[in-house]
Design a protein around this ligand. Structure first.
Ligand code: KG4
Ligand code: ZN
Length: 341
């Protein structure tokens, strides 16, 4: 018997992107609308939570309408309303959760709450129709750095996580320190292309008792110390060299941990996810490392690496077909752990 299509309207407001998308059967994106607040937060050098919430409220209805229009579909044709309910900024999450609950209640269409990181991982399903669990996934975003085994749809084993700063956070802080401003990741990625990655030897941090854990705050301090000592000696820094050397230190650690995980888990598939996964140097290094080991490498396009709602629709599909539904008591959970519901 042929399976009926499942079409999901997905909503994402966990940080500074107001996003809605229509996704069919978890992999086919019919529309993907993203209203970014980056320009606004750039004025303050980072995301201001209160401003993010207010902007989400202003934009959310319009973004949902645009997503349905771009997909050429009506709300009543949706099988589910999916929404990110954590982790993220509580006020920002609440806008999406309240809106999704209201739309679901008014239309009678079931509600499915989605974990933001599960969304990032699921972005890989969209452009890789052949990708199925199990696989190892490196999730590197502004708020999270995780190395996980995706055992099955919605089933995760966390191998390692950051002990302090997330990878994206380190990019953003170092970018600010060397005068590149916000958002740091894409700017460091760009200027690094003009720099020498071996110009300065920054530390590759290891966590003694946990081989898969990350620590980026020591690296960030090393960059700050380097900048201070240059200033004291009256030496002018080369922004591109500092950026490229810092980036290489992050990439080296991410690649080493990832390949160790792939090897020890005996996995032949490896994927990356999250905003930092759009970093060109990281992608190139992982591509090479995977090719050397005969491991298939999966990565979303840059627009699906950073926050978007299509990835939430992809994750929601696999929950929906398992029968998962959320009640109208669904709440925003700012520190929701991966694998928890
Ligand atoms: O996944 P994401 O959009 O939001 C979170 O869930 O955190 O990730 C945003 C993070 C920011 O820290 C940003 O600087 C970083 O991803 N990022 C990058 C690049 N593009 C975005 N980091 C390094 N290289 C990039 N090209
Ligand atoms: Zn994210």
């Amino acid at each position: 018997m042929e399976q009926k299509d499942v079409t999901i309207l997905a909503i994402e407001t966990s940080c500074d992107e107001t996003a809605a998308a229509v996704v069919r059967n978890g992999r086919e994106v019919l529309s993907n609308i993203i209203s970014s607040q980056i320009d606004l937060h750039t004025l303050y050098g980072g995301v201001v939570p209160e401003i993010a919430s207010r902007k989400h409220i202003e934009k959310i209805n319009q973004v949902i309408t645009e997503a349905l229009q771009a997909a050429d579909m009506k709300l009543q044709e949706m099988d589910a309303i999916a929404v990110t309910y954590g982790p993220g900024l509580v006020g920002a999450l609440l806008v999406g959760v309240s809106t999704a609950k209201a739309v679901s209640f008014a239309s009678g269409i079931p509600l499915v709450g989605v974990h933001h990181i599960e969304g990032h991982i699921s972005a890989n399903y969209i452009e890789n129709p052949d990708l199925e669990p199990p696989f190892v996934c490196l999730v590197v975003s502004g708020g999270h750095s995780h190395l996980v085994v995706v055992k099955d749809y919605g089933e995760y084993q966390i191998l390692g996580r950051t002990r302090d700063d997330a990878a994206g956070e380190a990019f953003d802080k170092v970018a600010r320190a060397i005068g590149l401003g916000y958002p740091g990741g894409p700017k460091i990625d760009k200027v690094s292309k003009e720099g020498n990655p071996d110009a300065i030897q920054f530390p590759r941090a290891k966590v003694a008792d946990a081989v898969y854990d990350f620590s980026f705050s020591g690296l960030k301090s090393a960059v700050l110390n380097y900048l201070n000592s240059c200033e004291m000696k009256g030496i002018e820094i080369c922004q591109a060299d500092v950026a490229a050397s810092f980036q290489k230190a992050v990439v080296d650690v991410l690649v080493e941990h990832s390949m160790q995980a792939v090897q020890e888990c005996g996995m032949k598939k490896f994927a990356i996810a999250g905003g930092v996964a759009s970093n060109s140097s990281l992608r190139a290094a992982l591509e090479q490392a995977c090719a050397d080991r005969g491991v298939a490498f999966y990565h979303p396009s840059p627009v699906l690496c950073t926050d978007n709602a299509a990835m939430i629709g992809a994750a929601a599909y696999y929950e929906y077909i398992k029968g998962v539904r959320s009640g109208y008591d669904l709440n925003a959970v700012p520190n929701l752990k991966l694998g928890e519901r």
